[in-house]
Ligand binder design. Structure first.
Ligand SMILES: Nc1ncnc2c1ncn2[C@@H]1O[C@H](COP(=O)(O)OP(=O)(O)O)[C@@H](O)[C@H]1O
Ligand SMILES: [Mg+2]
Length: 329
């Protein structure tokens, strides 16, 4: 077994796109395994490294994080999600839209060779907690790309010129480092917050952002999300390759969310379909939280399984909180 230092070095070198370093650490692991008597494993590892060195594949590894991008002055927050499409509970139509994006990304070179552009600019529209951020993670997870969440609060400054310069910096990173770039609540760029309370200026920042999206010719996936359905009216469509609209989960979706989350813990006697009816009106995020609350209760009380009572009271709590939030909002 590789040491924790070696594991860390492997991950770091992979993330920084340093293939030579990655392979040299892999060789160190092989040497270590040989020393502790795992000869067969050592030989296997060494052969893998040799094959990788020879293979051209190495040059087309999609993720290679250029130096300096990590600290693009705090504008990007990078993670490597492991979420998969199967974790996302959604309609068949949305699933197909996402599958198409993933497939076109995977065949990017082939499409480009024939002058075709893969779909890679997505606009996700929907109420809070319907899975927009989660979708960005799923895309990154499925594609094996890093996820860069753009910190719009850091982009938005009082000075129009600064905001534009920061946006340009982000689009430089988008070109340099292939990944999924997520602009959450991107419409905030057009709010008055973004420039000394001047509506005209704010609108110009949003427009220049949309232009940058349109002009971007990178291989990265750009995902923008908004809670405001009215953004749909705002001549946005043509800037994006796909617009995906999210809705609150229906009864069957809720049942799937519960089953996904609770499967290993749930008592067979829990009537999940009835619980789903009880949870109707909650967002997917709230349903997920209710399931997690029920598991916590089970653990804290030292029970073996989540009971109907646990789940029911977790749902009722979430409903109360949800009402509270909506009243305030
Ligand atoms: N459609 C969904 N399918 C599965 N899990 C979901 C879904 N929507 C939300 N969740 C869960 O709720 C969490 C928060 O949702 P999020 O994606 O942040 O919602 P949004 O970005 O639309 O406000 C997610 O991390 C995920 O665990
Ligand atoms: Mg979100």
């Amino acid at each position: 077994m590789a040491s924790s230092e070696q594991l860390k070095a492997l991950i770091k070198s992979h993330l920084s796109g340093d293939d030579d370093r990655f392979l040299s650490v892999a060789l160190q692991v092989a040497a270590h395994e040989a020393k502790i008597g795992h000869g067969k494993l050592a030989i296997e590892l060494r052969d893998l490294v040799e094959k990788a060195r020879k293979s051209k594949k190495l040059q087309s590894v999609p993720v290679s994080i250029a130096k300096g991008v990590k600290d693009a002055s705090g504008l990007l927050y990078a993670t490597t999600p492991s979420a998969r499409l199967a974790d996302l509970v959604t309609t068949r139509a949305i699933e197909e839209q996402l599958i198409r994006v993933i497939r076109e990304q995977r065949h990017l070179a082939k499409l480009k060779n024939h002058g075709l552009e893969p779909r890679r600019r997505l606009l996700l529209v929907g109420a809070p907690g319907t899975g927009k951020t989660f979708t960005a993670s799923v895309l990154a997870g499925e594609l094996g790309y890093p996820l860069f969440q753009v910190r719009l609060d850091a982009v938005i400054t009082k000075f129009m010129g600064e905001s534009s310069a920061k946006l340009r910096q982000i689009f430089d990173a988008i070109r340099e480092v292939r990944g999924v770039y997520f602009f959450d609540e991107f419409d905030a760029l057009g709010s008055q917050r973004s420039s000394s309370n001047d509506v005209g200026e704010a609108r110009r920042i949003l427009n220049s952002f949309l232009q940058m999206i349109e002009q971007d010719d990178s291989n990265s996936v750009i995902v923008c999300a908004t809670n405001h359905a009215q953004m749909l009216d705002y001549a946005l469509f043509r800037r994006f390759d796909d617009v995906i609209q999210y809705h609150l989960p229906g009864k069957d979706d809720i049942q799937r969310l519960f089953n996904n989350r609770l499967k290993p813990y749930m008592d067979n006697s829990v009537p999940v379909d009835k619980m789903a009816v009880l949870a109707e009106g909650l967002s997917s995020a709230e349903v997920t939280q209710a399931a997690q609350d029920a598991i916590k209760e089970m653990l804290i009380h030292g029970h073996e399984k989540v009971t109907q009572d646990d789940l029911q009271s977790a749902i009722e709590d979430r409903r109360r909180m949800s009402h509270q939030v909506h009243k305030q909002g």
